[in-house]
Design a binder for this molecule. Structure first.
Ligand code: HAM
Length: 417
């Protein structure tokens, strides 16, 4: 019986994994300079936190969640995103008592039952960052700059930063009404999804990818024309900081995002090289969510990058170095094999990647294996060498060779590493 992986769930194998590790290492490095600390929250959470956090009328909650009833008769869901679980944890563990601002990052798999296509999976990975406790726009700018620095650190520049403000509880109702008035005129001509969104969340009509809906909504009211004074000032101040730091951005008044928790700033980083699924990262402010989850009123903002999409871009841009062993120890005869085993263990304890031949095969086939692994050096120990306390070495890259006393092997490779 042969089994296949599930649709939309990918295996990530070497050599691709090297690109993943480059991104993960860069994120750890950059985020820590900004004071973000790693947090690990469970994959499985109570379904309610996503309904409450992301919103009942969103695509994620309506159609895409992996939800099931566990053996204790609780409805649980495999997290479709990381913000709601981090906020649940923030409130549950009273993290507001830590020095403010509290800055966290996380990485791991998310699950959405979407139709798989290029760049869209049912299990996909995000690295996300969330900052709690600051209402000032300087933290919005800090996050956007941190994201830009991460993308540049892995060699991706020239990506498009799209920014918008979708207002707050004070100004959104007037905008919502203006949209209802506008869409109401020709509602029957919109797609069935948009007709439903008209009832549940008319802002989402702005995000519909269907061409006809796009044409119909030309001339729709623009959210930034409806911002209250405080949202307007927040947005203007954010844009001035971004200007001061020469962060190139595009204003996109249709960037309403598919999750309901956002207030004020929303942003997305897109690339033209990715086809239809062009967002590599996205985020925004969610000033009310902590309170909605039962915590103290706490402004917050965050983003998440989509790992698979970043990996695609990274692989297009540069070839990722595939790691290979420094030394391959080839041996002939039982005693040499044991000595070879000792040598690889000593080298490994010195931090050097060393491989052994696992006995039995001819020297030729052992050296072929060393080559296939991409080893830089081969060490050859036959019975005669063993008696003389020596090994032959070959540099497989530049075809040099020589002899070394077995006692000096670690010193030799410590110098050449
Ligand atoms: P999101 O826009 O749903 O936001 O996802 C963020 C990123 O995850 C997307 O820009 C995309 O790169 C990647 N992504 C989403 N769905 C898929 C998929 N099915 N397959 C592959 N990649 C995908 C959030 O998840 C928010 N929690 C971001 C956030 C954090 N906002 C505030 N804090």
């Amino acid at each position: 019986m042969k089994y296949n992986g599930l649709k939309g769930m990918e295996d990530i194998l070497p050599p691709d994994i090297a690109a993943w590790q480059v991104i993960e290492a860069a994120a750890r490095d950059i985020f820590s300079r900004y004071g973000f600390q790693e947090i690990r929250v469970p994959i499985l959470e109570s379904t309610d936190i996503f309904i409450r956090g992301i919103g009942e009328a969103t695509d994620i909650v309506e159609k895409e969640m992996y939800t099931f009833t566990d053996k204790g008769n609780r409805s649980v869901a495999m997290r479709p995103e990381g913000t709601a679980p981090v906020v649940r944890c923030f409130v549950e563990k009273n993290l507001q008592t830590l020095p403010s601002p509290q800055k966290f990052y996380y990485s791991g798999p998310m699950f959405r039952y979407e139709r798989p296509q290029k760049g869209r999976f049912r299990q996909f990975y995000q690295i996300g960052a969330e900052a709690f406790g600051v209402a000032a726009p300087s933290i919005d700018a800090e996050l956007i700059i941190m994201l830009k620095n991460l993308l540049e650190a892995i060699g991706l520049s020239g990506l498009n930063f799209e920014i918008n403000s979708i207002g707050c509880a004070e100004c959104r109702p007037a905008y919502r009404q203006a949209l209802l008035d506008f869409f109401g005129d020709k509602l029957a001509e919109y797609c069935p999804d948009c007709q439903r969104r008209y009832e549940t969340n008319p802002l989402r009509i702005l995000d519909c990818k269907i061409e006809r809906c796009g044409a119909l909504r030309k001339g729709a009211p623009i959210v930034t024309d409806y911002l209250c004074e405080s949202c307007r000032k927040h947005f203007d101040d954010l844009l001035s900081i971004l200007n001061a730091f020469n962060v190139p951005y595009t204003l996109n008044p249709n960037l309403v995002r598919g999750l309901d928790y956002y207030t004020k700033t929303t942003f997305e980083v897109t690339s033209e090289h990715l086809g239809a699924q062009k967002a590599v990262a996205a985020g925004g402010r969610y000033d009310r969510l902590v309170e909605e989850f039962g915590g103290p009123a706490t402004p917050a903002i965050g983003f998440a990058v989509g790992m698979e999409r970043l990996v695609t871009l990274l692989k297009e841009k540069q070839s990722i170095e595939v790691p290979s062993p420094k030394v391959f120890v080839a041996t002939l005869g039982k005693e040499s094999e044991l000595e070879g085993f000792r040598i690889v263990e000593t080298l490994r304890s010195q931090g050097i990647w060393a491989e052994q031949s696992y006995g039995g095969s001819s020297l030729k086939s052992q050296l072929r294996r060393a080559d296939r692994l991409g080893a830089e050096f081969a060490l050859i120990i036959g019975e005669n060498e063993l008696k003389a306390g020596k090994a032959q070495w070959k540099n497989l890259k530049v075809k040099e060779q020589g002899e070394v006393a077995i006692a000096d092997i670690t010193a030799l490779f410590a110098i050449t590493s």
